[in-house]
Write a protein that binds this ligand. Sequence first.
Ligand code: NAP
Length: 300
Amino acid sequence: MLTDLQIAIVGGDARTLEVIRKLTEEDAILTLVGYDQLDHGFTGASKRNIDEVNFSIMDSIILPTSGTGLSGEVETIFSNKKIILKPEYLKQTPPHCHVYSGISNSYLDNCIKNSNRKFTKLFERDDVAIYNSIPTVEGTIMMVIQHTDITIHGSNTIVLGLGRVGMSVARTFALLGAKVKVGARKSEHFARITEMGLTPFHIDDLKHEVANTDVCINTIPAPIVTAEVITKMPSHTLVVDLASKPGGTDFRYAEKRGIKALLAPGLPGIVAPKTAGKIIANVLSQLIKEDVLSRKGKIT
Ligand code: NAP
């Protein structure tokens, strides 16, 4: 239980409601910033403007998955009021205060550095990334069904990258009956792709591999699906780029060539906000408990 812990939840979306629900169940004392339009009241939670928050008592601060903007603005879908996370707010927190966010940027990194607070980027954790790959794959299937006139079954599908998302995508498309080739660059990845019963190829050979591709799903956050590659694709190929913005596809050239290429960020929050929220909530609750135990000297 998180009894008596003071936690500020600053901004958020439908996923954050699951976090609020979970932490409320765990008996934490929550201060919600950016929730004035949310009708639902949570026991043990009070709604505040950011300048009304007593940061000096906060054990944890939970930011939205997007963290902050480059000027400190924090997104919320439950308020029209502008929220800015000022560096001085973090400096007011007790030294043990731990800040959690999905991702970070230079603004947030600087705030954390200047305040010398502990910081966890949840989306960098393997557990969150692997759990999140489940709704990501379901969203990818949805997009492929919506944007093609063929079945996934029997399609020639290329998956780029065998990381946490790539592996789930490749396996699931293969289970749906697609003929899956996976582009990677490490010897151990070629071995794993072969073990999975799929066809590996070196990412450097991508332009030679796309000649009969129906669907190309990129998970590599680097410029991989270049003009040189796109020019070798059949005109009906659908490119779904899952990599974080700006993706790994030359979208300008794809459009020029008439290839449908879609950047598809944030699928878990779009297709399954409740599940995506529960994934974050469960991991956060565990991390906050570990934080408390480590402060009491029970774990290191
Ligand atoms: P990951 O586990 O780090 O996997 C990334 C993969 O890309 C690895 O296989 C890596 O191979 C490969 N890679 C990276 N740079 C490369 C390069 N220059 N050349 C060739 N291969 C390269 O990441 P992940 O968790 O699978 O996530 C993949 C991307 O999807 C990220 O950008 C993430 O933010 C995004 N994502 C999007 C959604 C969505 O809804 N669209 C959801 C979750 C995640 P090596 O091991 O050889 O480096």
